[in-house]
Design a protein around this ligand. Sequence first.
Ligand code: SF4
Ligand code: SF4
Ligand code: SF4
Length: 310
Amino acid sequence: MGRIAGPLDDVAGDAGHIGHPPRMGFFTDTSVCIGCKACEVACKEWNAIPEDGLTFTGMSYDNTQGLGADTWRHVAFIEQRKPLGLQDPGVEHGSYDAYDGVDVLGMASEAAARGGDGDRGELRWLMASDVCKHCTHAACLDVCPTGSLFRTEYGTVVVQEDICNGCGYCVPACPYGVIDQREDDGRVWKCTMCYDRISDGREPACAKACPTDSIQYGPLDELRERAAARVEQLHDAGVDDARLYGDDPGDGVGGDGAFFLLLDEPEAYGLPPDPVVTTRDLPSMWRHAGVAALTLLGGMAAAYAAGRRR
Ligand code: SF4
Ligand code: SF4
Ligand code: SF4
């Protein structure tokens, strides 16, 4: 195991890959996502992932609700009582209120309590395609006892399902709640960043299918530069809420291989605001356990010696 916390320049090198290609990643720009779900479908098709319930959740157009063993890309639909800002709805609805008479998620009554006038301009929709973050410090990988989870030469994190024994240790270790077990045999599944495709020089299926380039794939350094320029562009255009999430190598997981441009706080998208690699404190915990064990042994030896003297 290499370093388990803090910034890390050479993720693949730290995992033992010599002469490896640049670290590859995803930049998901949610400001241009149209919620078409082509990414979800392409992922399922390429990776032969089973269907995940086909249920109607009533949560806007979100019928998968979150990432899981059978949902490796998840497009969130977040309805908010907020001004559209500079978003162009593409059609003029005048003062029509989409929530009039319908209390979707309690937002209509919330607006009424605030004395809202029902102007359609108070409704906006955030759409975002979530995925495994391919963390710089991946706790899922740190705790895996079989080596089923491994770091690839591209710096991504992949599960080998034929080696996974279904112990489930990685599931609570993930600070984002990404990795998940299938109910039938307990083995875990998640996004591989299409390891088979990128090894063949192709882009991942979800990025290939995205019609708006909301999902961009490439060398992580280049993506970070592009993302910073995009945030600047949005700020100049008056979209002050635009911010990056997971791009900072100084954060609690050493930065993500898959990072995002968001238009609200991470919590609005169901993302943890300050994720920390859950194995960060393991070395100090082992040190404390070692000191406690030595103290106990010392006490037992002293008691034994005192008993012999009597
Ligand atoms: S997001 Fe979770 S499953 Fe993905 S690499 Fe990080 S710790 Fe592992
Ligand atoms: S990179 Fe491949 S496996 Fe990962 S979400 Fe996209 S299509 Fe699915
Ligand atoms: S990320 Fe792209 S493919 Fe996925 S829902 Fe948004 S626009 Fe569609």
